[in-house]
Design a binder for this molecule. Structure first.
Ligand code: AGP
Length: 372
């Protein structure tokens, strides 16, 4: 009913709008007065976490994209090797796991069969499993050694939005917590990032206030058949997530690529008028990849692409090559997905609506996939 949607036209729009609150709630009570993380709720003893020598993340769909981003954060702040794998692929390749492996299973519903089977396999091999989950008491956290709940609140729309942002927050918390426990050389940076994370919900809110041009752009592209998404580093999974949202909601051909791969094949797809969304890392000085992405934008534009550029406020280098420019607040590089994903959600939702699709109940999809 309209009341359940809180005055929004769809659950998806309501859940997009709830993201600043969801992000804040997921941080609530987890940062102490000294600015350190308190994750006593994660019931794996600190001495066991200090001994972990490998992290493996398993998840599906949007949750998998949050896991891809987590890999960058975990390896950077903890120096523990981390791999992220589709839950549906994981156990079929005989993965190498033992008691020093920490497996992180990420799931909004806590009922996804592929993820559940992956974690069962991991535990059989002696690995410890930490669930990141949004649904209290669901099967995945019940079968895990420990759980860190996301506090997004119930997510009704099939397309995941607020659950994704809170999964990211939970992943950053785990990465920073492991870094804090193990005392890496990034100690000062970890404290700074915990503070920046505690302020990020305001930045998500500011993005939401500036989405009107994104909606107008989405409507203008409703007649197109294909949209491509490019990103690098943590912007790469964001590109994949933008493409997934467009597939599941707008039923369009959408693909995400790592921008560095362009010249290895995908650039052949570029033709006159093709919309290409590019997620740009923070400017030079804070990201060594910025210049490289700017040349990618130049290259695809020279071949006719219509460029939709998502870049930080104050990033002037992209201006000459952006047919459409979407500004996002200044954030640390690793946290940028928390703000850069939001315009992509709004874009897909509006484009799907313009095509006459039901964004809450896209065709052929279920909210929770409880079969393999
Ligand atoms: C997201 O928009 C999708 N509907 C889907 O990819 C989802 O993220 C995936 O099925 C995993 O679900 P889970 O988080 O409940 O395990």
């Amino acid at each position: 009913s309209a009341a359940e949607k809180g005055g929004h036209a769809s659950f998806m729009l309501k859940e997009i709008a709830e993201q600043p609150r969801a992000v804040a709630d997921t941080l609530l009570g987890r940062i102490d007065a000294e600015g350190s993380l308190r994750l006593d709720e994660v019931r794996i003893p600190p001495h066991e976490l200090r001994e972990v020598d490998k992290v493996v993340i398993v998840a599906c769909g949007t949750a998998f994209h949050s896991g891809m981003i987590a890999k960058y954060a975990i390896e950077h702040w903890t120096r523990i090797p981390c791999e992220t794998e589709l839950a549906s692929e994981f156990r079929y390749r005989d993965p190498i796991l033992d008691h020093r492996t920490l497996v992180i299973a990420i799931s909004q519903s806590g009922e996804t069969m592929d993820t559940l089977m992956a974690l069962r396999h991991a535990r059989e091999q002696g690995a410890k499993v930490l669930a990141i989950c949004n649904t209290n008491g669901s099967t995945i956290p019940r079968e895990s050694d420990a759980v860190l709940y996301t506090h997004a609140g119930p997510e009704v729309a099939v397309a995941s939005t607020k659950a994704f942002l809170t999964q990211l927050v939970a992943c950053y918390l785990v990465a920073l917590y492991l870094g804090q426990l193990r005392g890496t050389k990034w100690g000062d940076e970890i404290r700074t990032v915990i503070r920046q994370l505690s302020e990020i919900s305001g930045a998500v809110g500011r993005v939401l206030e500036t989405m009107e041009p994104v909606r107008a752009l989405a409507r203008s592209l409703a007649g197109h058949g294909t949209v491509l998404f490019l990103g690098r580093h943590v912007g790469y999974p964001v590109a994949l997530e933008g493409a997934l949202k467009l597939k599941e909601l707008a039923y369009m051909h959408a693909e995400g690529f790592a921008a560095g791969e362009l010249k290895h094949g995908p650039i052949a797809l570029i033709e006159e008028g093709l919309p290409v969304v590019v997620v740009v890392p923070p400017p030079r000085g804070r990201s060594v990849l910025h210049d490289k992405i700017v040349s990618n934008i130049q290259e695809i534009r020279a071949r006719g692409a219509r460029t939709v550029v998502i870049a930080e406020e104050g990033d002037e280098a992209v201006v000459p090559y952006a047919d459409h420019l979407i500004r996002i607040p200044i954030t640390p590089t690793l946290l940028q997905p928390l703000v850069s994903t939001v315009p992509l959600q709004v874009f897909a939702c509006e484009l799907a609506t313009a095509r006459g699709n039901d964004v809450d109940q896209p065709r052929n999809l279920a909210k929770s996939v409880t079969v393999e």
